[in-house]
Design a protein around this ligand. Structure first.
Ligand code: 6PG
Length: 248
């Protein structure tokens, strides 16, 4: 980090593993420890894409017995607006790797709706979150989520906070539809909802993400991911490839 450079709030702490498999183990251990350290309901937001597959597979196998799944409530940070049976569905990926392996009450699993109109689906999810939270406004001292898991795109997006999209300027809604920028509409948590997290873990692998990792952690707000915040701990789980850009 250059002398005098500002460490952005999103810089947090980086944990670097030699490869994606060992990264998934580090993330699984961190998450299991955080769940162990709490009492009562643990609200966990799952990220989509491909990177978290290995983590979810570990949570559903090697780490399954370590976690009291009856206390865990699952949410999604974003979703592709496709049927849950679609290969691109984030819910389907979690179903295959984790949900089908653990004994979690179905009432604890809150997939983002992907039927009807995207805007209506986003509104429905927001109503769910507001009802669970019990207030119309976020209280920083009482985060909605215990942990949010996020990924990062090489263009610096996270969840479906895509570059150039109006959702980046959405600070009232908790959930929004994103109608452009991808082949299908997306439903995503907004910055305020993401920020209402006691802890945040970004899992990023691959050299193609290295520049985005560096820029986001340095606070380059041209990247949507650089603008995310959490109420508490921010950890970047990186493999050596995604941590490899040290250029200034
Ligand atoms: C999604 C994700 C998205 C993802 C990044 C990284 O629905 O695609 O929420 O934000 O985390 O695009 O995706 P990969 O892990 O597939 O590289």
């Amino acid at each position: 980090m250059a002398a005098g450079s500002v460490v952005s709030a999103i810089a947090g702490r980086a944990i670097i593993a030699p490869d994606p498999a060992s990264l998934a183990h580090l993330a699984a251990g961190w998450l299991a420890t955080r769940i162990d350290a709490t009492q009562g309901p643990f609200r966990l937001v799952l990220s989509g894409g491909s990177t978290p597959r290995a983590l979810y597979a570990l949570l559903g196998s090697e780490y399954r017995a370590r976690i009291d799944w009856s206390r865990v409530e699952l949410f999604w940070g974003d979703e592709r607006f496709v049927p849950y049976s679609d290969p691109d569905s984030n819910f389907r990926m979690a179903q295959e790797t984790l949900l089908s392996k653990i004994d979690i009450p179905s009432a604890n699993v809150h997939p983002i709706p992907t039927n009807g109109e995207p805007a209506d689906a986003a509104h429905c999810y927001e109503i769910l979150l507001r009802n669970i939270y019990g207030s119309e406004k976020f209280n920083p001292a009482r985060p909605l989520f215990d942990v949010i898991l996020l990924g990062l795109g090489s263009d610096g997006h996270t969840a479906s906070l895509l570059p150039g999209e109006p959702v980046l300027e959405e600070h009232e809604k908790w959930v929004a539809s994103v109608m452009h920028g991808r082949t299908e509409p997306r439903i995503t948590l907004t910055y305020p909802a993401i920020a209402s997290s006691a802890a945040m873990a970004l899992l990023v692998t691959g050299s193609d993400k290295a520049q985005a990792v560096r820029k986001a952690r340095a606070g380059d707000i041209s990247l949507p991911a650089a603008r995310i915040r959490a109420q508490g701990e921010v950890i970047w789980f990186l493999d050596s490839a995604s941590a490899s850009d040290s250029s200034e």
